[in-house]
Design a protein around this ligand. Structure first.
Ligand code: NAD
Length: 423
């Protein structure tokens, strides 16, 4: 049995959650009913079924999705996820969250997302390449540098993006680096993209700690998920002087009150496939990990991790959502009442899409920036966005998620209204 299977999920459909979060902000904004109707739907939902020849010669048919929620503020932008439990509802929710995320940090994109129902852990590199190239071809009716620009998400990485970029370029007869972001540096990727999501999250944690008067030097940090977002968050928090006391992945969690060294845990994970079993640390379940007494809890795995069932047991001072959709609306209310400061996903993890935007700009201009420039510009965006959201939350005496949604929905509604209804 995998650890994922023993997690007590809230089992809420992510799309329902996304709509509920939107409705809360729309009510507060007294949003026009016509605008509400437009923004409650995704503009385009593409479902594809395609065959892939497997290693044993058998042909397997895979299902994939690409959804664009709203593209009023610019081309669609959003990652591609490979996971056995991908559903259309999940992809729609993730696309809607991308719309709000791009708006809350003020970058000129709409929201999109993609996914393929597959288990990459059981597939060879060759099969993954074949699957990726065929999926890219199937969704080519929607993607393009001016139309919709994919990026990595769960179980996809810079190599996946390279295959998509190459497939798109082969079909068009010229090299089109700006069709995807999160590419390797050698083909138009950006410095700093790998760490961008975590770096952006950490900038928001620093801003939150200033607001709360929390000293991050020596602060106890717990990270759920030890992939791109989780590993780099742990490393960057350690660099700030914080002590990473617990981390986890699908294989389970580990805890050491004296502090773990994320680089050593990473080396262990690379060798053994999981953080579980790391010497000197105690094993712990993912549910127990979330309930550890700590200063900063960083969910950096998947959605639906903090619900009504475990929110009362969360003992963190700050919850920083590096993952998308880890907290249900019911849990939001419980955490808010407990005085826990939550940095919502659409703000907290927007560093990834912000540096993706920088990568796209660099590709279109064929002019590349140094890492120091990227990080400085990222910091500027995250600090300004955090301040916009905090101001909204103080003004209306509301939680940070509702505030972030109000900032974002207002911007998207304004763009949609200004453009008008076609024809
Ligand atoms: P990843 O595939 O690199 O890592 C995911 C990690 O989570 C892995 O360590 C995996 O073992 C772990 N995990 C999966 N299910 C789990 C579970 N049930 N319990 C505990 N651990 C579990 O993915 P990533 O890119 O780091 O993405 C993680 C989250 O961050 C996702 O919600 C993603 O949408 C969000 N996010 C990522 C980026 C990015 O740039 N990578 C940007 C914005 C948001």
């Amino acid at each position: 049995m995998t650890t994922a299977a023993v997690i007590d999920h809230t089992e809420r459909d992510p799309w329902e959650v996304a709509l509920e979060q939107f409705d809360i902000a729309a009510d507060k904004l007294h949003l026009d009913p016509n605008m509400r109707g437009i923004l409650r739907e995704c503009q385009r939902e593409l479902i594809v079924h395609f065959p892939v020849r497997m290693a044993d010669g058998a042909v397997k048919v895979f299902t994939g999705y690409r959804v664009q929620h709203n593209v009023s503020r610019g081309p669609g932008k959003g990652g591609i996820r490979y996971h056995p439990s991908v559903t259309l509802g999940e992809v729609k929710a993730l696309a809607m969250w991308m719309t709000w995320k791009c708006a809350v940090v003020g970058i000129p994109y709409g929201g999109a997302k993609g996914g393929v129902v597959c288990d990459p852990k059981t597939m060879s590199n060759q099969q993954l390449e074949t699957l990726t190239r065929r999926y890219a071809t199937e969704i080519m009716v929607l993607i393009g540098p001016e139309r919709d620009i994919p990026a990595p998400d769960i179980n996809t990485n810079s190599q996946t993006m390279a295959w998509i970029m190459d497939t798109y370029s082969m079909h068009h007869g010229y090299t089109a680096p700006a069709v995807v972001t999160g590419k390797p540096l050698s083909i138009g990727g950006s410095e700093g993209r790998n760490e961008a999501t975590a770096r952006g999250a950490v900038y928001t944690i620093i801003e939150a700690s200033k607001h709360l008067g929390l000293d991050l030097d020596g602060a106890r940090v717990v990270v759920q998920g030890f992939g791109n977002a989780g590993l780099f968050s742990a490393k960057l928090m350690q660099e700030l002087g914080a002590s990473v006391i617990g981390v986890s992945d699908t294989g389970g969690g580990i805890v050491d009150p004296k502090g773990l060294d994320p680089a050593k845990v990473d080396a262990f994970k690379k060798e053994h496939g999981t953080v579980s079993g790391f010497m000197g640390a105690d094993r712990i379940t993912n549910s127990e990990l979330l309930e550890l007494d700590c200063d900063v809890l960083i969910p950096a795995a998947i959605e639906n991790q903090i619900g009504e069932h475990n929110a009362p047991k969360i003992r963190a001072r700050v919850v920083a959502e590096a993952a998308n959709g880890p907290t249900s609306p019911e849990a939001d209310r419980i955490l808010f009442d407990k005085g826990i400061f939550l940095i919502p996903d659409i703000l907290c993890n927007a560093g990834g899409v912000t540096v993706s935007y920088f990568e796209w700009v660099q590709d279109l201009q064929n002019l590349f920036w140094r890492e120091a420039t990227i990080n400085a510009r990222l910091k500027e965006v995250m600090v300004k966005s955090f301040s916009d959201v905090l101001e909204m939350s103080k003004k209306h005496k509301i939680d940070m998620r509702t505030a972030a949604y109000m900032v974002a929905v207002h911007r998207v509604a304004e763009a949609t209204l200004t453009r008008g209804i076609y024809p």
